[in-house]
Write a protein that binds this ligand. Structure first.
Ligand code: G6Q
Length: 550
């Protein structure tokens, strides 16, 4: 089948890029004082300003044409309807059902999934309320003060990011910990802060076979039993979030304490499912439901807004514009909110595991760039670190600047000083990246600083900024559960849009499965007394060196 880069629209976009690249953003804003009005979209309290992108009306109309050609809207509808669009795993992709607030049925394999979804939500409500109210007691009759979520990848990053982001809504009497790394340091450091009598372990694993998670889970169980002594006590301190009831029971967890989800929920899309139990316990079930509502609002927008007005679709198309036509290999996530410090790692998985693929749905090698390298840091920390490269580096890095208008924290002069400074940095950076600084502006600045003669000439190139660096500004009122739900769903659908444009199955992860496989081959070799020679010479050399020196 011919790939999208063979289409006439793709070719027109290449031609259009040649026409537009000589026009700077500075000129575009100069020519059209209403540029902001033309290139922003508002949904409830969320605003996407994409006017600081190297685009014109024609760019958007060509990108929209591209989206129509590959039938993004049709694929979107098929996803929401439960068709098995995850073709390599023969699965539906229905994380949207987990946050469905309508009364509509959602059919998967001939069955409406909504009663099951609602049943698990009721169970989460019951359990989280018991834990939060202190009704749920540990084996010595004490209430729970620590919850330890043991999971990795999709069973860790989502709830960890959300609990961090929604700290202002978090329980003051329960501390959440997230243990993911099999490096014993991760679990040990969490356990140092926990008391076996008051700790609840949440073993989060869709498969209940993941090596890192199960190793941590067994070690946590040993640690607990050292004090509790009796296996009977496990049911008060261990619950499971999984699709694998058999292995959960084998571990010793009461099936009553298993919170179910289903194979149509992909790991990296699972925070909306039982995998969100730690969120419900920490911020309360009402907060968790608000998060779901936010996700649903974004789903409705994604489902109904025309492409030109559709926030996730526009974001996805802008990504395609830079990756495929400007050859920008990376994309930065710059959240100006300390609560969102885990957003970039969370989105790294969501995006790179979904679209970091060079084989398309038809099994062909894709001969153009696909998913970008995603990275980021919270502002203003990044400004004092890598923003130098954003301003004057040889690569163009398109970036999302994400910012709440109001903070949860009132500190400093008039209770608002910190946030005003943060806001001004956010605005100043996007402006500076767009405008740059011309030769004449640099000269004037240097002269005003008192430099003279040759010093001025040699200094000007250093102080000149090309500008023309594209950014999106994503503003919202306050980081609430609902707004966070909207933001997460917005990125999920952006990733979806790009996957469809590139003809990628965004919902499998053979690279992750491969990693799970190879570690198992090496592990036994680390216990052998004889020299290993089964692998290549580097692998053998490393194993033998470790065995000799351990
Ligand atoms: C996510 C991936 C992967 C997965 C982890 C944990 O989409 O599939 O990150 O979430 O490997 O898997 P389990 O939940 O099965 O332990």
């Amino acid at each position: 089948m011919s790939q999208i880069n063979q289409s006439s629209t793709w070719k027109s976009l290449h031609q259009h890029k040649k026409d537009i690249e000589s026009i700077s953003l500075r000129e575009m804003f100069h020519k059209d004082p209403n540029r902001f009005n033309q290139f922003h979209i508002q949904l409830n309290d969320l605003l996407l300003d994409y006017s600081k992108h190297r685009i014109s009306k024609e760019t958007i109309s060509l990108l929209v044409k591209l989206a129509k050609e590959v039938d993004v809207e049709g694929w979107r509808d098929r996803m929401f309807l439960g068709e098995k669009i995850n073709s390599t795993e023969h699965r539906s992709v229905l994380h949207t059902a987990l946050r469905n607030q309508s009364n509509a049925s959602i059919i998967c394999d001939g069955e409406d999934v909504m009663p099951k979804v609602k049943g698990v939500l009721r169970k989460i409500r019951r359990f989280s309320e018991e834990v939060r109210s202190g009704q749920w007691k540990g084996f010595t009759g004490k209430t729970i003060t620590s919850i330890v979520n043991i999971g990795i990848g999709g069973s860790d990053l989502g709830p960890a990011m959300v609990c961090q982001a929604l700290k202002p809504y978090g329980s003051k009497s329960i501390t959440p910990y997230f243990v993911s790394n099999v490096d014993g340091a991760d679990l040990s450091q969490a356990l140092e802060k926990c008391d076996p009598e008051t700790t609840l372990f949440i073993i989060a694993s869709k498969t209940f076979t993941t090596q890192e998670t199960m190793t941590n889970a067994f070690s946590a169980r040993d640690w607990f039993l050292k004090t509790a002594k009796d296996n009977q006590h496990i049911k008060k301190h261990f619950v499971a979030l999984s699709t694998n009831q058999h292995l959960v029971s084998e571990f010793g967890i009461d099936p009553e304490n298993m919170f179910e989800f289903w194979d149509w929920v992909g790991g990296r899309y699972s925070l909306w499912s039982a995998i969100g139990l730690s969120i419900a316990i920490y911020i309360g079930m009402d907060g968790f439901e608000d998060l779901l509502k936010g996700g649903f609002e974004m789903d409705e927008h994604f489902k109904t807004a025309p492409i030109e007005q559709n926030i996730p679709m526009i974001m996805g198309l802008l990504g395609v514009w830079y990756i495929n036509f400007f050859d920008c290999p990376t994309h930065a996530i710059l959240a100006y909110d300390q609560g969102l410090s885990k957003l970039a790692p969370y989105l790294q998985q969501a995006d790179m595991e979904s679209n970091g693929k060079f084989i398309n749905r038809d099994g062909e090698h894709i001969d153009f760039h696909t998913g970008p390298v995603l990275w980021g840091e919270v502002g203003t920390n990044g400004q004092h670190a890598f923003y130098q490269l954003l301003h004057q580096g040889s690569e163009i890095v398109p970036a999302d600047f994400i910012m709440p208008i109001e903070s949860h924290y009132h500190i400093g002069k008039d209770g608002n000083e910190h946030h005003k400074i943060l806001l001004s940095n956010f605005i100043a950076q996007t402006q500076a990246l767009m405008l740059g600084k011309t030769y004449d502006e640099a000269r004037l600045e240097i002269e005003n600083q008192g430099y003279e003669g040759e010093d001025i000439e040699s200094f000007i190139p250093q102080k000149t900024f090309e500008g023309n660096r594209p950014t999106s500004s994503i503003l919202f009122q306050k980081l609430t559960p609902k707004t966070l739900g909207q933001i997460i769903a917005m990125y999920e659908h952006k990733i979806f849009t790009q996957g469809i444009i590139w003809n990628i199955n965004s919902f499998d992860q053979w690279g992750v499965e491969y990693g799970k496989q190879i570690a198992k081959q090496v592990l036994p070799k680390l216990s052998e007394k004889t020299l290993t020679n089964n692998f290549d010479s580097s692998t053998n050399g490393l194993i033998n060196y470790i065995n000799k020196n351990k």
